[in-house]
Design a binder for this molecule. Structure first.
Ligand SMILES: Cc1cc2nc3c(=O)[nH]c(=O)nc-3n(C[C@H](O)[C@H](O)[C@H](O)COP(=O)(O)OP(=O)(O)OC[C@H]3O[C@@H](n4cnc5c(N)ncnc54)[C@H](O)[C@@H]3O)c2cc1C
Length: 663
């Protein structure tokens, strides 16, 4: 293997850009349904629309074979409420989520995904994903149904979360898209939405994109468009040279979908909701360290002297056995499970966990660091399932963690996994590999497009799907299922709508904007510098604690960044150009978060939102959504009840709305 230094020494020059650069080339591509972003939501949407006979085009920044957060795998699938073993109905689940979030979640998306999540998973099985223990590896285990061979996570009584062998799931979706003739544009960053007459707030008739290898400009003309572009993982922290930087989200997670929707005039809600951003930059490789969260739920933790940390149920009662960690306790009907885009859980639905006062106990010397995950204290089936089936299929853990540690000799029958050594407070949350939380590092939580029961946005012709574009929803299964559902609605709209007409002036203006960075002086800032600066502004002025002045100052700094460093920023090749355009989107995304934060004039525990100038927590008059959109260069805000989805023009029940809209 040749290193960069050797290459430069041998040839006296750096390598040429390996692809033909065609900045001047413009192609127009027509679609019935255009999908922006090909993670699991976008890919499943493509399959769904293509099966309905629509001409489908999908544009993806990465490569569709492995793109998105689910690209490297998945080990558990939430919300499969209609699987034959589930004791939880879609209504139970939806109500539990809404109660847990105090209404600040998405009842429509939850009900839709619970109603169809199992069918969606069966579709994955049909295209090659293993969803059952077909080799009888876990026959007789507590978490297995021996008749159907299905396996469950978290709550072994109620059985609505499935354990799946999802390491190849994204590839299965990719080959099915290929088989169905979906037209795929890989390495393409979508840069704007096109609207009828070029009018903000008008019907969406397509999008523009830039190929990050050739620089070619695409004009996508579409009858219906679905945004499935994920979230904005690079907004608050960006440190790609650090181990595990942005490790949970993909590097392509730049909020472009939100930004193009905002510029087109779509309405958004909950953009002020952020959560701890400890997963980016300063944590450890996902799933690499001892912990008890998610994939490792139920694992025993011991201290340096081998003393076990006790587990408690959500009502504060110590659990006597390991088995109880996987069962609802006392007055609980069922447990929801972690990782479903919920910041808060009502105790009735929360899973058992390590002692909540573990930080204090560490401080007092009751437990001595380092802590270790001791899998030997679990049953053999549980141990093999966590270290094997789950770590072997979960995203980003099959090769870097499971293979690497196994090859290095790690044996879960006798070895322990060390947890990171952190400040005691960091052990409050069982996801230890996230590292020590840093208060001003945040991440987007529930914010997204305001959608209706069709998962249509406020703009005609524009639908949303997946984790983040749809407000208040998100996990792996939900993303597939939203994609599948939104595509049905989009395909139906595409059949009936008028032919889309692209406004050439709008295209020309976007093309000029998109290519500006390649025409700048080489001394201009690069995309990484710009990204660092954006993240720093967000951390400082819109971190966990904020007030009117910090937010206004943050907005003016973002504007300055856009007009000074951004306007003069330089991209040396099509890849850098794509990344730079993502940075411009990040500026817009940051502005959206700051505007939304300015509009909520209270603090809220449910939204993890703290205004120092409005310290009152959750005053009743502020329990509402604040949909906002751009109109003539200013931000327009209105009010919407948290249960708007069960109020006119909608029906008063989930079941009725679903029946009216789903088919
Ligand atoms: C390591 C890891 C493990 C996880 N494990 C689980 C699990 O076990 N169970 C679970 O429920 N959830 C899990 N999750 C979460 C789950 O994977 C996500 O909720 C889900 O994959 C989101 O899918 P999505 O398609 O909505 O969004 P994403 O996966 O974010 O996909 C969005 C896609 O859009 C593309 N894109 C973005 N902007 C543009 C643009 N402008 N133009 C074109 N393309 C664009 C991106 O490249 C990306 O491929 C895990 C996540 C990670 C990272």
């Amino acid at each position: 293997m040749t290193t960069w230094n050797e290459y430069a020494e041998q040839r006296g020059t750096l390598p040429e850009w390996p692809y033909p650069v065609q900045y001047d080339k413009e192609s127009e591509i027509a679609a019935d349904v255009l999908i922006i972003g090909g993670g699991v939501a976008g890919s499943h949407a493509a399959i769904s629309a293509a099966r309905l006979g629509a001409k489908v085009v999908i544009a993806e920044t990465g490569h569709l074979k492995r793109s998105g957060s689910g690209g490297s795998g998945v080990d558990h699938w939430h919300g499969a409420c209609k699987n034959p073993c589930s004791k939880v109905t879609p209504l139970d689940y939806t109500q539990a989520v809404m109660e847990s979030a105090h209404g600040y979640s998405n009842g429509m998306a939850r009900y839709i995904t619970c109603s169809e999540g199992w069918d969606t998973l069966l579709e994955c099985e049909e295209i090659g994903v293993q969803i059952r223990d077909v080799h009888d590896e876990f026959k007789g285990a507590e978490f297995r149904d021996d008749e159907t061979k299905l396996m469950f996570a978290y709550d072994y009584t109620n059985r609505h979360i499935m354990r799946v062998w999802g390491y190849n799931l994204k590839q299965c979706l990719y080959y099915e898209m290929k088989r169905l003739g979906v037209e795929m544009y890989n390495r393409t960053v979508v840069t704007s939405l096109l609207t009828e007459g070029g009018r903000q707030g008008g019907r969406v008739v397509g999008a523009t994109g830039v190929n990050m290898r050739t620089g070619e400009f695409y004009v996508f003309r579409s009858k219906a468009t679905i945004i499935a572009s994920g979230g904005g993982g690079r907004l608050y922290s960006f440190a790609p040279e650090l181990t595990a930087s942005s490790s949970m989200s993909t590097m392509n997670s730049a909020g472009t979908g939100h930004a193009v929707g905002w510029d087109a005039g779509a309405e958004f809600v909950l953009m002020e909701q952020t959560g701890p951003g400890r997963l980016s930059g300063f944590g450890y490789a996902p799933y690499s360290m001892g912990n008890t969260h998610n994939t490792y739920h139920g694992t025993s933790i011991v201290d340096a002297n081998g003393k076990e940390v006790p587990w408690f149920d959500p009502f504060g009662r110590e659990l006597k056995t390991v088995e109880q960690r996987f069962l609802p306790n006392g007055e609980q009907r069922f447990q929801l499970g972690a990782g479903i885009g919920l910041g808060t859980y009502a105790e009735e639905y929360r899973s058992s966990d390590l002692a909540r006062d573990l930080p204090e106990r560490i401080r007092k010397g009751e437990f001595q660091l380092p802590l270790y995950a001791d899998l030997t204290r679990l049953s053999e089936m549980e141990r093999r399932c966590i270290w094997g089936m789950m770590i072997g299929n979960e995203g980003k853990s099959r090769i870097p963690i499971y293979d690497t540690l196994t090859k290095a000799g790690f044996d879960p029958d006798k070895d322990m996994l060390q947890a990171p050594v952190m400040v005691p407070e960091a052990y409050q949350h069982s996801n230890f590999w996230g590292g020590t939380p840093i208060p001003h590092l945040r991440s987007l939580a529930g914010g997204g497009f305001l959608v209706d029961w069709d998962l249509r946005t406020s703009l005609e012709g524009l639908y949303a799907a997946g984790t983040s574009p749809v407000f208040g929803a998100g996990c792996h299964g939900e993303s597939h299922t939203m994609g599948r559902y939104a595509a049905r609605k989009a395909a139906a709209y595409a059949k009936a709508c008028a032919e889309p007409v692209v406004d050439r002036q709008q295209v020309a203006a976007e093309k000029a904007r998109a290519y500006r960075p390649i025409k700048q002086n080489k001394n201009g800032a690069g995309w990484k510098e710009l990204n660092y600066a954006i993240a720093r502004v967000m951390q400082d002025y819109c971190g966990k604690y904020k007030n009117l002045r910090t937010l206004n100052r943050g907005l003016s700094l973002l504007k300055e960044l856009k007009e000074n460093e951004g306007a003069a920023a330089y991209a040396a090749n099509p890849h850098e150009l794509g990344r730079m355009l993502e940075c411009f989107s990040l500026i817009t995304l940051g502005e959206m978060v700051m505007h939304a934060s300015l509009e909520r004039k209270c603090s809220s525990a449910y939204l993890d939102f703290y205004r120092l100038d409005y310290p009152q927590m959750d005053p009743p008059e502020w329990e509402k959504h604040l949909p906002m959109r751009q109109e003539d260069g200013r931000v327009a805000v209105r009010e919407l009840p948290l249960d708007f989805h069960l109020k006119a023009p909608y029906a008063p029940s989930y079941e009725e709305n679903y029946e009216r809209h789903a088919h």
